[in-house]
Ligand binder design. Structure first.
Ligand code: KE4
Length: 430
């Protein structure tokens, strides 16, 4: 039975008069899935409710931050306790070092960390820092990886292999994008070509160690180890963008999972417990270049905001203290979900493959394997759109794009999983 959407429709009409597209981030407009986006008014555990009272099992979790589920009581309590003492001071507060300690304790490659208010600020600052440290200009990123919307990262691959980037958005200047080289992910040979072409000119390589932004795509074989070896040899800073994977794929992120030591790490999402927090960190030799200690400038009015710190501390403490039960359960429940839906697709003769690392995953409407942007874009996005809309009508809230990762939280239940698999079976049948 189709969902009632009157109130969301009314809210969308109002929002569109005031905010571009009615949204504060483009993916929320549901353009890629061809249906109207519900306005969400409440979340509790693994479920969310929209303005018309429709209930959904949520596999977006605010795009990753809510690994413990919505309105986790300790996180809410921490925010309320902080708020009654004031919401922001623009001055140092004890909680900033408390969250810094938790991050540094979980990530041994990080000796010092600086908090900002988004993942974009974190990656933008890390690149500036890598350029300051190496006194080099060029940045290597990978097609299909997204690191936020800083100009130098909104860059598409140039025409030839290992050629200079071209603007990936209106308003980004060629003068900026020319210093970013976009290469195919999981291809060491092309990486070597870029380094020989731009020898001693590359400040950093920034990578999602498990890509979430082309859909979930892990590195193949020893690709990450090769990245580390090559950047070490070339004295190029290796930045692991763990905004999505940090505290997600393991408590110590992808660098713990794969045993690779990057020079800098960027964080976001989970470390804010659902409030705006980003961070970048690494060894003191590099981080001590950051103002006011060193010459690399970066600042932020709400950096280290006490409410955001409180939420992040509460969430990370639960993950730290219960990691031996939380992560194995996320692993087994995610496997059950992802493989259950894939089996339903197989039974229905629907060409579907999947990639999963821990509790981040993507079902590709593509026989697979999906290992890079070129293979990801071979997916049948129309089929994904049909699946997405049927699942939404069945009360299953998936990421509104074939090229986004979905997330399971510690709040998801066996019942959620079986309901989702049943809904998928029905969706594949229609
Ligand atoms: P934010 O500026 O959105 O906090 O973080 C940017 C960012 C950086 N690095 C990685 C690996 C990321 O995934 C992101 C943001 N992720 C998207 C979801 N794919 C945020 C959702 C949105 O743009 O609305």
């Amino acid at each position: 039975m189709p969902r009632k959407l009157d109130e969301s429709r009314r809210l969308q009409k109002r929002a569109e008069q005031l905010i571009p597209g009615g949204v504060n981030s483009p993916v929320r407009a549901f353009k890629a899935v061809g249906c109207e986006a519900p306005f969400i008014v409440r979340g509790q555990g693994s479920h969310i409710w929209d303005a018309d009272g429709n209930e959904y099992i949520d596999y977006v979790g605010s795009w990753g931050p809510l690994i413990l589920g919505h309105a986790e009581p300790s996180v809410v309590e921490a925010i309320l306790s902080a708020a009654v003492n004031g919401t922001s001071f623009g001055a140092s507060t004890p909680s900033e070092a408390d969250l810094a300690e938790l991050v540094i304790e979980a990530f041994p490659t990080v000796q010092k960390v600086r908090f900002v208010s988004s993942g974009t600020e974190a990656t933008m600052s890390a690149i500036r820092l890598a350029r300051a440290f190496t006194k080099r200009k060029y940045v290597i990123k990978f097609e299909g990886c997204y690191h936020g919307h800083a100009d130098s990262l909104l860059v598409k691959a140039g025409s030839g292999i290992a050629t200079l980037g071209i603007p990936g958005s209106a308003g980004v200047l060629e003068e900026i994008s020319q210093f970013t080289i976009a290469l195919p992910f999981n291809d060491t040979e092309v990486l070597e070509q870029a380094f020989s072409k731009y020898r001693h000119l590359i400040a950093c390589v920034i990578v999602e160690p498990v890509v979430g932004n082309m859909g979930c795509v892990p590195a193949t074989g020893d690709y990450l180890a090769s990245l580390r070896t090559i950047t070490q040899r070339e004295k190029t800073v290796l930045i692991f963008d763990e905004v999505m994977t940090g505290f997600r794929v393991a408590y110590g992120g992808a660098q713990e999972l794969y045993g690779i030591k990057p020079d800098l790490t960027t964080f976001g999402k989970i470390i804010g417990g659902g409030l705006p927090v980003g961070a970048y960190g690494g060894r003191s030799e590099i981080m001590d270049l950051v103002a006011p200690l060193g010459p690399m400038y970066q600042a932020g009015t709400l950096s280290g905001n006490p409410l955001a710190m409180a939420a992040g501390i509460a969430q990370l403490k639960i993950l730290r203290d219960k990691k031996s039960e939380i992560y194995p359960r996320l692993e087994s429940l995610s496997a059950k979900l992802v493989e259950g839906v894939a089996a339903a697709a197989k039974d229905a003769g629907v060409p579907l493959s999947f990639q999963r690392v821990g509790s981040m995953f993507t079902w590709f409407f593509n026989p697979g394997p999906v290992t890079d942007w070129a293979s990801a874009t071979k997916s049948d996005v129309a089929a994904f759109g049909r699946f997405f809309r049927k699942m939404l009508d069945a009360g299953i809230y998936l990421p509104a794009s074939q090229f986004e990762a979905a997330f399971l939280s510690a709040a998801h239940s066996e019942e959620d999983i079986s309901k989702t698999i049943d809904a998928a079976r029905a969706a594949f049948r229609k």
